[in-house]
Design a binder for this molecule. Structure first.
Ligand SMILES: Nc1ncnc2c1ncn2[C@@H]1O[C@H](COP(=O)(O)OP(=O)(O)OP(=O)(O)O)[C@@H](O)[C@H]1O
Ligand SMILES: [Mg+2]
Length: 728
């Protein structure tokens, strides 16, 4: 193995991809761009997170580039600690009792920073590497000149007894899969007896053709869609039986974005932190978690940007940042690099490499061969979820006898059946226990970390809903503008004085009351219909962490009911002012307002139920007529209930516009107006409507209140079923 002698003459041997403006010394004037680049490199280093920009700049000035070949030994265990290294590209292992693989953004030789006297490990380049080096004498010089840097570096010291190398890494989860099988609707098997293990801190790519079962496998390992046979074992503990205990130790990033596009990035992270961290977490800690997550994914500068305005790669990193808030020990990502350009995808992979280097276990699916190279392990799935190979990327090339991973796809597709690939690999690999039981010596699962309680969730979600509503100006304009337009149309349509006792217009009074009742229901329905289906991936993800469906649904109505009250008051107020509704006392109008509000609440609850039941906004729009027509046809206004068929009469019972219409008729005394008013049409019309307007209004309220509750309960049930995961 070639050994690098790091002496003063090494400069001659050094080549690097960067302009060597500051090699061996301070950057000259005019080299600020290069210096800025180095500062950015240093800012991404976890270990140096506590340092200010000006302190990092001092370090950046004394960094010098160093390019080394694969196999170069950079230092040996026990040698005097004279250099500190930062990896810009390539991989390095440092080994003592255990071997650790480091990648871009990682540092080694950290002993130097806290004045460790000797290296505790041996560091070896595993590929051609572009490194940055800070020498002991240069470091000593700048520490002397810059007291604040010296103090900041002293603060980095992890503690008197801590090992000389690196801060204590996070402990990743060891995962073992035993005989995982999965069937989908129709009985087709999409995973076949998949078994392998993943070590803590490994970066693992699951690869295979489209439809091979990658997402299914990922979801089964994460417990998002548990496998129907076999076992997933985390650190020796059966995961499916202990999902709750691991919920906050797990980060899961599905292919869809799991953040609201309407909000600024920092707001969306804050709401997630409030939801996911325990109730009572101080604001300062929430802010720190948010700042750390932004910093770790290099998004600090974009924190004020609306999520919808971020680029695809930034949005993907933002989704990962949300997951980082709870400092998970294991990360699952479904095709994180799909849709990104190669450079952005590679950068994202480096971020994931850094996460795994910090000790976390990271499992991802991908279609991009370049993503595989940076991983520790690659899992190839053949069609129908047969396990075709598990091992390092290099071993995969040997196993499939190929030069590039693209060829593996071809071989998997044409050379043998999926069963055959599965059988071949099973014969060459060690059998994995498939008895479905966890290790006896696995130890207890971690105790579940507390997260926000029901009331805190409701309050956070309510504030989030409100901010989303207010931030989206166009939506807000439509939400508030459409009732205004409809009320204006009603005012234009009907002549005034329809309720005048001396000369009433019974047909007009009936139509005014019906359309007001329908208006309340319709606005409730349309407000509710897009609430859930537009954020289903987010709800699913949050539900998997801890989100309760009850606080979620309650938060929706907490924001929308006051809005509907505003709409109802607007309708009544404008129509009364324009004399389309008659003069009446405060009691009558209060009763009217409550009737219409309950009517709107039924519409809202029905809208929420529809929104929970469909899978996307297009379907929600398509169900709108189906939900509106019955409210017109069976309301008992267009066709009086006594004139309906028996079946229609039964169908009119669960129609809120019927109860609202009849309640309004009762409040305005239609019986009296039609029976004794000055219109000859009144008595025959009244005969047709029968006793429609003679019930006590509270009965109508009770019916509509009951319907609202039933529909809200149904919404919760549908949502809970839809977001069902292991352990829930
Ligand atoms: N809910 C479901 N109902 C029926 N079939 C399903 C369901 N989910 C997945 N499948 C089927 O299971 C197989 C594996 O799907 P999966 O989404 O895991 O594939 P994938 O490898 O992730 O594909 P892609 O690369 O396209 O994302 C596919 O044939 C798919 O049609
Ligand atoms: Mg997939």
């Amino acid at each position: 193995m070639p050994r690098l002698r790091l002496t003063g003459s090494e400069q001659a041997a050094v080549t690097t991809s960067v302009k060597p403006v500051a090699a061996g010394g301070a950057a000259r004037d005019g080299d600020w761009r290069e210096l800025g680049r180095r500062v950015r490199l240093l800012r991404a280093v976890t270990l140096l997170r506590g340092l200010r920009r000006d302190e990092l700049r001092v370090l950046a000035e004394v960094m010098r580039p160093l390019a080394v070949e694969s196999g170069t030994v950079l230092y040996r265990q026990g040698e005097p600690a004279t250099r500190f290294f930062l990896i810009e590209s390539g991989t390095v292992t440092r080994a003592s009792v255990e071997t650790e693989t480091l990648g871009p953004g990682d540092t080694f030789g950290d002993a130097l920073l806290w004045s460790g006297s000797s290296f505790r490990t041996t560091a070896t380049a595993q590929s051609p590497c572009a490194l940055w080096v800070v020498d002991a004498d240069e470091l000593a010089r700048v520490r002397e000149e810059h007291r604040s840097l010296d103090q900041a570096l002293q603060q980095l010291r992890p503690g008197a007894d801590a090992p000389a190398e690196a801060a204590v890494p996070e402990q990743g989860v060891r995962i073992e899969l035993r005989g995982l099988s999965q069937h989908v609707r129709g009985g087709r098997q999409v995973l076949h007896d998949v078994g392998f293990s993943i070590e803590p801190g490994e970066l693992v790519a699951v690869v295979g053709g489209s439809g091979a079962g990658k997402s299914t496998l990922l979801d089964a390992i994460a417990g998002v869609r548990p496998a129907d046979d076999g076992a997933v074992v985390y650190d020796g503990v059966d995961y499916y039986d202990n999902v709750a205990a691991y919920r906050s130790s797990l980060g899961y990033v599905p292919q869809e974005d799991i953040i609201h596009r309407e909000l600024p990035l920092v707001s969306t992270l804050r709401y997630s932190a409030w939801l996911r961290l325990p109730s009572g977490t101080p604001g300062s800690e929430i802010e720190r978690a948010v700042a750390d997550a932004l910093e770790a994914l290099d998004l600090a500068e974009r924190s004020g940007t609306r999520v919808g305005s971020l680029s695809g790669g930034q949005r993907k990193r933002a989704s990962i940042a949300v997951e980082l808030l709870t400092r998970p020990r294991v990360f699952f990502l479904d095709e994180p690099t799909s849709g990104l350009d190669p450079a952005t995808g590679a950068e994202l992979m480096r971020q994931l490499r850094r996460l795994s280097n910090s000790g976390r276990t990271v499992v991802l699916t991908t279609h991009t061969p370049d993503d595989i190279r940076i991983c520790d392990k690659v899992v190839f799935l053949a069609r129908d979820g047969y396990l075709a190979f598990v091992g390092t990327p290099e071993q995969a090339k040997q196993y499939f006898d190929v030069d590039g991973f693209e060829e593996v796809y071809e071989r998997l597709g044409v050379e043998a059946t999926p069963e055959e690939w599965g059988r071949r690999f099973a014969e060459t690999s060690e059998p994995v226990e498939a008895d479905g039981s966890a290790d006896r010596n696995g130890g207890p699962p971690p105790s579940a970390r507390a997260s926000a309680g029901t009331v805190a969730q409701w309050w956070t979600l309510t504030r989030r809903n409100l901010e989303i509503l207010v931030r989206n100006r166009l939506t807000l304009a439509i939400v508030l503008g459409s009732p205004v337009l409809v009320v204006a149309m009603l005012a234009v349509l009907f002549q005034p004085g329809a309720f005048d006792f001396a000369s009433p217009s019974p047909s007009t009074t009936l139509m005014i009351l019906f359309w007001v009742a329908f208006g309340g229901f319709f606005f409730g329905l349309t407000y509710g219909l897009l609430q859930i289906c537009t954020e289903l991936p987010i709800v699913r993800r949050e539900r998997f962490v801890n989100l309760g469906v009850v606080p979620y649904v309650l938060s929706k109505i907490t924001v929308l009911i006051p809005l509907l009250l505003l709409v109802v008051v607007l309708m009544i107020g404008v129509l009364r002012a324009a004399d389309r509704l008659p003069a009446a006392g405060f009691g009558t109008y209060s009763s009217l307002t409550l009737t219409l509000l309950l009517d709107a609440a039924v519409g809202l609850a029905l809208g929420l139920l529809g929104s929970a039941a469909v899978t996307d906004p297009t379907q929600a729009t398509l169900v709108l007529p189906m939900l509106c027509f019955p409210a017109v046809l069976f309301s008992g206004a267009i066709l009086p209930v006594p004139l309906m068929t028996g079946v229609a009469e039964v169908l009119s019972y669960p129609i809120s516009t019927r109860w609202a219409f009849e309640g309004l008729g009762r409040d305005f005394g239609l019986d009296h107006l039609f029976g004794h008013g000055g219109s000859k049409l009144g008595p025959p019309l009244l005969a047709q409507y029968g006793d429609s307007f003679s019930h006590a209004v509270w009965i109508n309220w009770a019916i509509m209140g009951g319907m609202t509750i039933v529909l809200l309960v149904a919404t919760c049930a549908v949502l809970a079923r839809k977001c069902r995961t292991a352990g829930s």
